[in-house]
Design a protein around this ligand. Structure first.
Ligand code: OAD
Length: 244
């Protein structure tokens, strides 16, 4: 295992253009549960009932009361962990250029990374469905649910519900940076949700090395990724950085 930390450090040293692809697992050590698996968000809340755009539009009050207020609460308390901080270290030394994240928690930006593509939007800003006014999470008051704008319109988070399109610019830029990087570090994603999970394939086909960091194997492991370092994001990033 120690060999893999050294190997990853060497791959990082030899790279000039690293892209990080992250999923819910990188924020687990910050107290935000993943979506799938034991203790995951989708074990508690049925995504068909709470996470589709149709579910939200047909009963915003129910979706706000159950899923969105719980997510907002978890995200508000969360701080970046050594996984996020490690990616910022890689940006500071000029190696990592961009992070593509499926997460909606804003923790990469809080850690300091400056080029973060939010593939599934975010939970940090909210838009009024009626007048399109935008506010940030600290302005959302949940004393009445659903939260409403001065114009009486309902606020929605700027995240993607199932059934909505990936923001075109996020998709376009993700494809672009994936095809140009020389190393992709894939951290904490089950790699089962398309099209995000297609980005390592684009990177691989364009000649990049792929390192996975995850306690579990994924559909990428042994096929698309060159190797997987099994373990939590924070612990693994700390050990890799020590070898740099
Ligand atoms: P998942 O919940 O599907 O997968 C989380 C991954 O993190 C799993 O592979 C875990 O093994 C791994 N993991 C758990 N703890 C970890 C730790 N401490 N360090 C590193 N990895 C750890 O989350 P995503 O792949 O991000 O979409 O899910 C993709 C999308 O599905 C989400 O963006 C969301 C969801 O439905 C939307 O909401 C549109």
């Amino acid at each position: 295992m120690d060999e893999l930390f050294k190997k990853a450090a060497l791959d990082i040293k030899q790279s000039k253009n690293i892209v990080g692809l992250t999923g819910a697992g990188i924020s687990v050590e910050s107290g935000i549960p993943p979506f799938r698996g034991k203790g995951g968000v989708w074990e508690k809340f049925d995504p068909m009932e709470y996470a589709t755009i149709d579910a939200f539009m047909s009963n915003p009050s129910k979706v706000w009361k159950v899923l969105l207020s719980a997510m907002k609460d978890m995200i508000e308390k969360a701080k970046p962990n050594d996984g996020h901080n490690g990616l910022f270290e890689l940006e500071k030394i000029g190696k990592l250029k961009t992070i593509i994240t499926q997460n909606v928690d804003g923790l990469h930006q809080m850690a300091g990374n400056t080029d973060v593509i939010e593939f599934h939007g975010n939970f940090v800003s909210y838009t009024c469905l009626k007048c399109k006014n935008k506010i940030t999470y600290n302005e959302i008051k949940l004393d009445t649910v659903p939260p409403r704008c001065k114009c009486s319109g309902i606020y929605r988070p700027d995240c993607i519900f199932f059934g909505e399109m990936i923001p075109p610019e996020a998709l376009w830029r993700s494809k672009e940076v994936s095809s140009k990087c020389d190393l992709m570090i894939v951290i904490g994603t089950s790699a089962v949700v398309q099209p995000a999970s297609f980005m390592p394939i684009i990177a691989k086909n364009s000649g990049a090395k792929i390192i996975e960091i995850n306690p579990e194997r994924t559909p990428l492991s042994g096929k698309i990724s060159d190797y997987i370092i099994t373990g939590g994001a924070g612990e693994v990033m700390r050990k890799i950085l020590k070898e740099l």
